[in-house]
Design a protein around this ligand. Structure first.
Ligand code: NAP
Length: 211
């Protein structure tokens, strides 16, 4: 059973569309849990992503169910419906505010997502407030051009130093797997075996997603 929220101090927030979730996401969450000694990681599939073309995204319910299926065997992974149940566009600021309320001001929130998404953070709603409420873990494939993250740190915080404590980078070889590639493979009847948990690919087949 999940412990009461007051026991948790370091919470990973795994933000993503998860369209669909794959092994790259799972390895990222597990690595963040271990490197940052997090108490748990909450996967939060986006509801209505403000920046996406609607017809390329599986329904929020399907993405939620696939995320639950993929994470069910890990006792440190949880999935939240908070974004998919929220009316209107899915903004990270609303999620972070809500989690701050649940876990209290002494908890540390780590927002984990792809580096490319974090690079856009200046265009997100209430960037300054988000940055004041949580730290970021930018997951990249090895070989990613890190100078862009460095530029972002400078734009957000001025000089390095304190900024290093706010945006961390984690290189994840398994992130050579991508949801876009999986969707393309399905469209062209190419195999998706071993790229994502088998039970998730069965769900995709059964519900004829991404055809
Ligand atoms: P995206 O732009 O679809 O993804 C950018 C890159 O990051 C892709 O390569 C993606 O790979 C990867 N990625 C996404 N989530 C990841 C994760 N949790 N771990 C590792 N890699 C990940 O990004 P998105 O999924 O739509 O959004 C990411 C997060 O940013 C979400 O929580 C979203 O709500 C938030 N966001 C907020 C705002 C706002 O508040 N205005 C705007 C944009 C995004 P895959 O395609 O393989 O996942």
């Amino acid at each position: 059973m999940e412990k009461s929220s007051k026991f948790y101090k370091k919470i990973g927030i795994m933000g993503g569309t998860f369209n669909p979730i794959h092994h790259g996401h799972l390895v990222t969450a597990q690595e963040a849990l271990s490197q940052f000694k997090l108490d748990k990681v909450i996967f939060i599939p986006t509801g209505n992503p403000p920046h996406k073309i609607e017809n390329e995204v599986a329904s929020a319910e399907d993405r939620y169910i696939m995320t639950v299926i993929a994470t069910s065997s890990n006792s440190n992974f949880f999935v939240s419906r908070m974004e998919i149940d929220r009316k209107g566009k899915s903004y990270t600021i609303d999620t972070v505010r809500q989690l701050r309320k649940i876990y209290g001001k002494n908890s540390l929130l780590y927002f984990i997502t792809g580096a490319d998404a974090i690079l856009e953070i200046l265009t997100w709603k209430n960037t300054d407030e988000i940055v004041s409420l949580c730290k970021f873990i930018a997951a990249t494939r090895p070989g990613y051009n890190l100078s862009r993250i460095e530029d972002l740190r400078k734009r957000l915080f001025g000089k390095a130093g304190a900024a290093d404590e706010k945006i961390y980078v984690m290189e994840i070889p398994a992130l050579s797997i991508s949801s876009t590639d999986i969707r393309n493979r399905i469209k062209h009847n190419r195999p998706i075996d071993y790229l994502l948990p088998e039970r998730v690919s069965n769900y995709i087949l059964k519900h004829e997603l991404y055809k």
